[in-house]
Design a protein around this ligand. Structure first.
Ligand SMILES: [Zn+2]
Length: 181
């Protein structure tokens, strides 16, 4: 759950930074009582891929909390200095050790409750030699009927996979935007 009023101290000088509404603003920010720094907090981007091999999709079993032991598409927080596509590619290499050809943007999912936007790209696997990284217990290819729907780590993974297989069956992939409540 995204935590309101989570900042206690200034990131610049360590001074106390209670929440109040700055002049010419309309929402509360943590403002340093010592140096006046205003701390703006904004949603984080999570970027990932749907790596496909014919009618199968690659999933990773998580070796880390949260949701240890649950299955996910390769995804993670976007880093500074990279594009969304570069981040999605990096996460796929880090978590699955998979070689992919990145295709188009596929889902844009707002998760307002936790202050995140999740973006998944479609991708084609170049081969099936995977080398799971330290954050992954196991990587495996799943057909639609084999997907462990009750053991998926995140709602955005579920929503992306539901749309993916529906699009796969009808033979056309559109970009999907949705809000996850
Ligand atoms: Zn300060």
């Amino acid at each position: 759950m995204f935590e309101a009023r989570s900042i206690k101290f200034c990131k610049a000088c360590g001074g106390e930074a209670p929440y109040s509404i700055p002049a010419d603003d309309n929402r509360e920010r943590a403002i340093c009582k010592v140096c006046g720094t205003i701390h703006y907090e904004n949603p984080l981007n999570v970027v990932g891929t749907v790596p496909a091999w014919n009618d199968k999709v690659l999933l990773c079993k998580r070796n880390i909390e949260p949701r240890y032991g649950f299955w996910t598409l390769p995804a993670g927080f976007m880093e500074l200095g990279e594009t969304t596509a570069e981040g999605a590619l990096r996460e796929t290499v880090e978590e699955a050790g998979a070689r992919i050809e990145l295709l188009g943007l596929y889902t844009v999912l707002n998760v307002v409750r936790v202050g995140q936007v999740h973006l998944f790209y479609r991708a084609n696997l170049r081969d099936t030699d995977f080398a799971p990284g330290p954050e992954t217990i196991e990587t495996r290819l799943f057909r639609e009927e084999e997907i462990p729907w009750d053991e998926l780590a995140f709602r955005t993974v579920r929503e992306t996979l539901l749309r993916y297989f529906a699009d796969f069956r009808r033979g056309r992939f559109d970009v999907h935007c949705a809000d996850i409540n």
